[in-house]
Design a protein around this ligand. Structure first.
Ligand code: DAH
Length: 327
């Protein structure tokens, strides 16, 4: 009995491990064939004592039946596997191109920021960063704009607390930089700013790039030359540029710069600039009798509008792929 059990287990595992129809056929011959295991057991019967023959014969038959059953079950399974893999080979066409995957691309705003940074880098400006959530001190006070100042009305924004707000311009980065670095210095800083504004040329959240140069003997001529050079590099030599006198609390004198827009005699304002106000320098401990500087803050969306002839600034936050794919 014990011997039949081990023999059966061996046969079973052999069959189960057959990996192909050919291999299974070899195993079948090994078990069932003329010189196979079962036949050789049968051949032993005539040599046995008569009383044992019937029990032994029955056990051999039993083994044979079970082995047959396993063989045919395994055969069905292997046939199915082989058929499937044939069908697979038949239908797989490795020459068909894969599913089309669209490439992502850099957002038009970031493209313009990168271009601005590259233009100013070539002129020797370093890139620095500042927080979007700002203290009232950096956003206004340090920039010579005390609480009673009418200029604050133009910069209404989102307040987190009484003294913390979403910055209305990138100018606070000027102050943060001058607190950390000694002049001479030239920096630009791009990022998001926030304001209570919304129409075809204004957004409640938009992008600016700030510039600051502090040195000895810097004049309005340096400001003008730097900005003209930058604007022409960004928008083309043929662009008409207009410097208009203006007022900012943190510069004196101050200007706004417009660029010709849309063929007709139209102008689009793209930046504010000026010579850094002595009070701003004093606030960060720089002696205004020794150092001067110019600063500017340019609207990134405005540059993109001019570059690509976009009439409505509200296209940018709409996030329509049809629009974004154009750039
Ligand atoms: N911060 C001003 C604004 O958002 C723009 C500006 C004007 C920036 C003059 C400057 C500057 O650095 O000198 O409207």
């Amino acid at each position: 009995m014990e011997e039949f059990k081990t023999l059966f287990d061996q046969i079973k595992s052999k069959i189960e491990n057959a990996k192909s129809i050919d291999e299974l056929e070899k195993i079948r011959v090994e078990i069932m064939g003329r010189n196979g295991i079962i036949t050789s057991l049968m051949k032993k019967i005539p040599e046995m004592p008569i009383e044992e023959r019937s029990k032994f014969g029955k056990d051999v038959n039993d083994l044979k039946e079970k082995a047959n059953k396993f063989l045919s079950e395994r055969m069905i399974l292997l046939r199915e596997i082989e058929e499937r893999s044939k069908a697979f080979q038949k239908y797989i066409d490795l020459t068909i191109p894969g599913p089309l995957r669209e490439n992502g691309k850099i957002h038009v705003i970031n493209q313009v920021i990168n271009e601005c940074v590259s233009v100013f880098s070539k002129m020797g400006f370093d890139v620095v960063e500042g927080p979007e959530m700002e203290n009232v001190y950096y956003n206004f006070e340090a920039l010579n704009t005390p609480e009673w100042h009418p200029a604050r009305d133009l910069h209404d924004t989102f307040y987190i607390t009484d003294s913390i707000l979403l910055r209305t311009h990138t100018s606070p980065v000027q102050v943060r930089t001058m607190e950390r670095r000694k002049p001479p210095l030239r920096i630009v800083s791009a990022g998001r700013v926030y304001r209570n504004d919304y129409d075809a040329t204004h957004l409640p959240s938009f992008f600016q790039i700030e510039g600051l140069a502090i040195d000895q003997k810097i004049s309005m001529a340096d400001l003008k030359g730097t900005l003209e050079n930058a604007i022409k590099s960004l928008l083309g030599e043929d662009k008409k540029i207009r410097f208009r006198p203006h007022y900012f609390p943190f510069t004196e004198p101050s200007v706004e710069v417009d660029v010709s827009f849309g063929g007709k005699k139209e102008w689009l304002e793209i930046l504010g600039a000026g010579m850094v106000h002595p009070n701003v320098l004093r606030n960060v401990g720089i002696d205004p009798d020794k150092w001067q500087g110019f600063a500017f803050g340019m609207g990134i969306e405005r540059i993109a509008m001019l570059k690509y002839g976009i009439n409505d600034i509200r296209e940018f936050p709409r996030n329509s792929l049809k629009f974004l794919r154009l750039f």
